[in-house]
Ligand binder design. Structure first.
Ligand code: TXA
Ligand code: MG
Length: 325
């Protein structure tokens, strides 16, 4: 299959219309969201959803997120009680927050991996919203990478992983957030964050008015979300963490011959920028740099995971996964 690249910046509405047509015909199409690129199919089309699992090499017991363009669109899928769901949806959508609630039994089990719950979010990206509107149905969309590769933050990453196995990629340039949405399960007491992201526990607690539990998701032996037991977010080359700049600098000085890719927050720029492997660390650039590490055959990635990095739960979670897997 030839994968068509539909450039929204060149052909706008027409590109989105073409993507919508392909989706209605049962094809799978990658599209941008504010977090990462997703690989879409119409939620009701089991055959199309199956194509997603095949293209990604994704295990069937890892459920998908349903993407919608209005709260209205979610209501036929979800079961009461919806007070917390409505409150959070109104406050955070469109945005990088996925809510897990009970479904009504009409969602195909290939989407939910047979669970009684379904994950839903409204992406904060004009192209994603326009596409869902045009199709007129919710779209399931996991990140548009091969399973085990970093999530794609550019259309080029999707092409790298999936060219030849998907119908099209809607290209709207790099994504803003760079890491996947926060996943909040609302069916437990207290509610649980099973995947941290840029929407934090603290801000969710403030809006919800109750405490929330953040489940340690880096423990591969105790998966909290179905997908958590799989190797994720990791480049092939080894990733090593350093807690303070002195330690990192010393290690680098002891390894002058080695091609090490170095990631540190902008405040450390002057300290590390004379190393050729130095790159800025941020949510937005992490996955791209992981891909660079593999593509350009760096020997290792060394990350300065200081206190500030550790405070950024979403970022730190992805770094820990890369370092421990
Ligand atoms: O930002 C994002 O969420 C991106 C963009 C494309 O929207 N999507 C994404 O999808 O990251 P994916 O499939 O790569 O990750 C979905 C996560 C997995 O960890 C999965 O286990 C979890 O959501 N999940 C899905 N349904 C669930 C459920 N019913 N209960 C608990 N976790 C669920
Ligand atoms: Mg993923």
């Amino acid at each position: 299959m030839e994968t068509v690249i539909l450039d929204v910046r060149k052909s706008g509405e027409e590109a989105i219309e073409q993507a919508a047509q392909l989706l209605r015909r049962g094809e799978i199409v990658a599209f941008p969201t504010e977090t990462v690129y997703g690989l879409g199919a119409v939620v009701w089309n089991e055959e199309a959803v199956r194509k997603i699992f095949v293209a990604k090499g994704r295990p069937l017991d890892n459920p998908l997120i349903v993407h919608i363009a209005s709260i209205q669109m979610a209501l036929p899928l979800v079961r009461e009680p919806l007070d917390r769901f409505q409150l959070l949806a109104r406050h955070f959508w469109p945005g990088p927050l996925t809510l897990v609630v009970e479904h009504r039994g009409n969602v195909p089990s290939i989407v939910t991996a047979g669970l009684p719950t379904v994950a839903i979010r409204m992406p904060d990206h004009p192209v994603a919203l326009a596409l869902i509107e045009k199709v007129g149905e919710p779209l399931v969309a996991p990140s548009a990478n091969r399973s085990g590769k970093p999530s794609p933050t550019r259309a080029e990453h999707v092409v790298e992983d999936l060219a030849g196995s998907i119908a099209a990629v809607l290209d709207a340039g790099p994504t803003q957030v760079g890491i996947e949405s926060t996943v909040l399960v609302l069916t437990t007491e207290p509610p649980r964050i099973v995947r941290p992201g840029v929407v934090t526990k603290e801000v969710l607690e403030t809006v919800l008015g109750v405490p929330i539990e953040e489940v340690r998701s880096d423990d591969v032996n105790r998966p909290v979300a179905p997908g958590m037991k799989y190797r994720h977010y990791a480049p092939t080359v080894p990733v090593q963490l350093f807690e303070n700049p002195e330690e990192l600098d010393q290690a680098l000085q002891g390894a002058p011959e080695r091609r090490i890719l170095i990631l540190a927050l902008p405040q450390w720029r002057t300290r590390f920028q004379h190393y050729p492997g130095y790159r800025l660390l941020s949510e937005q650039t992490l996955y791209e740099t992981f891909r660079e590490a593999d593509r350009d055959r760096w020997e290792a990635v060394w990350i300065l995971a200081d206190k500030e990095v550790q405070r950024r739960r979403g970022l730190y979670n992805r770094i820990l996964k890369a370092a421990t897997s």
